[in-house]
Design a protein around this ligand. Structure first.
Ligand code: UT7
Length: 322
């Protein structure tokens, strides 16, 4: 039995922040951001009631409704995030509490922007092993609370939001998945945690903000993602042209165009929402999936390929039948 997606949902904060709005407090411009990234605006949390958990719960409820399952039908709740509200309990346990069910095992995983793919592949492995039969997968980020709002090279890129998918064990669905990591590249995209508060040694107490060497991440993405896609297609014996849509991590439209070019595929096969969402890290693929699904673009039996890359370094891909 493999993981089949039977429902999707998403949640975005109400506040729309345009490139022009950012240029009122950092030295940047709509022209620079648009031409380098394809981003025009992003959604950012703007009240105490909009949190990582609140967005995850809204996306989860929409996905459950779409799937026809009830919270108590879930065996597993997996949340991928690098911006949880609490160190503990996990976001997954807090979502579980809000959904009012205690039947599911719930935990978070951190694979940054590849996180939703790691969650999907993990659920699929549980299903193949016969351990669980249903799962709620959520990618959610409130990156606005970890970016440095004085650093124009990073703060203009990210957005907040949540995407969710309900999956169940089925004879069809996932065809192949892969995931990988290279910890030696961790320094090019990182965010330090809190300093040690131990009375037994002195440690730097400066709070951590997201730090990135954008060029190196760009180079990593345009090399690794096509490799990942090609090896997945080869392993599955599927022709690249037979895939209806490639739903890629939405970091930068130039990265996506370069990947499409390397794969010699038309850009129409690569739906994008980075223009209005920015880079929402672990949430980007499930938000895009939900938008594509709700726009009526998917037909039963379509082949979909997801792929992403991110901090860690991490990368992943999944090929499945809708
Ligand atoms: O989910 C994964 C997370 N990250 C990514 O996917 C990011 C991947 N990388 C990228 O998307 C691109 O590297 C960026 C969009 C981040 C940067 O584009 P770039 O073409 O690689 O620009 P750069 O970093 O080489 O900077 C070029 C210039 C620099 O000025 P000088 O040194 O040439 O005078 C920067 O200081 O652009 C300047 N710059 C800006 N100017 C206006 C950097 N950020 C900004 C800004 N506004 N926001």
């Amino acid at each position: 039995m493999r993981a089949k997606i039977i429902g999707t949902g998403s949640c975005l904060p109400d506040k729309i922040v345009t490139n022009d709005a950012l240029s009122s407090f950092v030295d940047t411009s709509d022209e620079w951001i648009w031409s380098r990234t394809g981003i025009r605006e992003r959604r950012l949390v703007s009240s105490e009631s909009e949190t990582t958990v609140s967005m995850a719960v809204s996306a989860a409820k929409a996905a459950l409704e779409d799937s026809g399952l009830l919270p108590q039908d879930l065996d597993l709740i997996l949340v991928s995030t690098v911006s949880s509200d609490f160190i503990t309990p996990s976001t997954a346990c807090l979502v579980q509490r809000e959904l009012g069910t205690c039947n599911a095992a719930a935990f978070d995983l951190n694979a940054a922007c590849s996180g939703f793919l790691f969650a999907l592949n993990t659920a699929d492995a549980y299903f193949q092993a016969g351990i669980f039969r249903t799962a709620l997968l959520i990618g959610v980020e409130t990156l606005s609370k970890i970016v440095d709002w004085h650093d124009r090279s990073t703060c203009v890129l990210f957005g907040d939001g949540a995407g969710a998918a309900v999956v169940k064990a089925a004879p069809d669905g996932m065809i192949a998945g892969l995931q990988g990591s290279d910890g030696s590249g961790g320094d090019i995209l990182s965010c330090r945690g809190r300093a040690c508060g131990s009375p037994f040694f002195h440690a730097d107490a400066s709070p951590g903000c997201l730090h990135m060497d954008g060029r190196k991440v760009f180079q990593f993405a345009v090399k690794k993602v096509p490799e990942c896609i090609q090896s997945l297609l080869q392993a599955a014996g599927v022709d690249a042209g037979d895939v209806s849509y490639y739903l890629l991590h939405q970091a930068n439209s130039r990265i996506i165009s370069s990947i499409a070019q390397k794969l010699k595929l038309p850009l129409e096969k690569f739906p994008m929402n980075v223009e209005s969402r920015g880079n929402t890290s672990a949430a980007s693929i499930p938000i895009l999936l939900d938008e594509v699904h709700r726009a009526g673009m998917l037909s039963e039996g379509d082949l979909l390929l997801f792929s992403g890359f991110g901090a860690g370094l991490t990368w992943g891909a999944a090929l499945l039948r809708w």
